[in-house]
Design a protein. Structure first.
Length: 132
C-alpha cells in the first residue's frame, strides 16, 4: 500500500471517505453502531437525532459504504459495513478525546477488543499499530 503522500489519487479517495465521517450526527450513529447491529428506532432512541435527519445521515453513510443494511420483514437493521469502519470508529473515539492516551489507542485497535465487537483480522490491526 502506498503512503498518502505518494499518490494524489489515494489521497483524494481518503479525503472523500473522511468527509463521510466528518459530521457530528454521523459520528454519533457510527459510535452507537460500533456496539453492534441496530434498528432505526434503536439508533434514534440512543442518539436522539430524530427524523428526517437520521434517515438523511444513514443514507449518506450507506452511500459511503460505511454502514450496511439488512431487512427483516418491515424492519431495517444497520451495522458497520466492515472491520475497516469498526477500526476507524474505535480509533476516532480514542484519539478525538480531550486527552488521548496512546495505550487506549492500542487497546482500541487490539484484535481481542475488535473481535468482541464484531471482529477484525489481526493482520489489519497489526498493520495499523505499526504506524504508531
Amino acid at each position: 500500500m502506498s503512503a498518502l503522500f505518494e499518490s494524489r489519487e489515494l489521497a483524494d479517495r481518503a479525503s472523500e471517505k473522511l468527509k463521510a465521517y466528518a459530521q457530528p450526527q454521523r459520528l454519533m450513529i457510527l459510535s452507537f453502531l460500533a456496539g453492534g447491529e441496530s434498528t432505526v428506532s434503536e439508533i434514534d432512541n440512543a442518539t436522539g437525532i430524530g427524523q428526517p435527519a437520521l434517515s438523511q445521515q444513514l443514507a449518506a453513510l450507506r452511500r459511503a459504504e460505511i454502514v450496511k443494511t439488512r431487512r427483516d420483514g418491515k424492519q431495517i437493521w444497520y451495522e458497520l459495513a466492515d472491520d475497516t469502519a469498526r477500526l476507524c470508529v474505535n480509533t476516532m473515539e480514542v484519539i478525538l478525546k480531550d486527552n488521548p492516551d496512546k495505550q487506549q489507542l492500542l487497546e482500541a485497535a487490539a484484535p481481542e477488543t475488535l473481535h468482541k465487537k464484531g471482529g477484525c483480522p489481526t493482520a489489519g490491526t497489526a498493520g495499523f499499530a505499526k504506524i504508531l
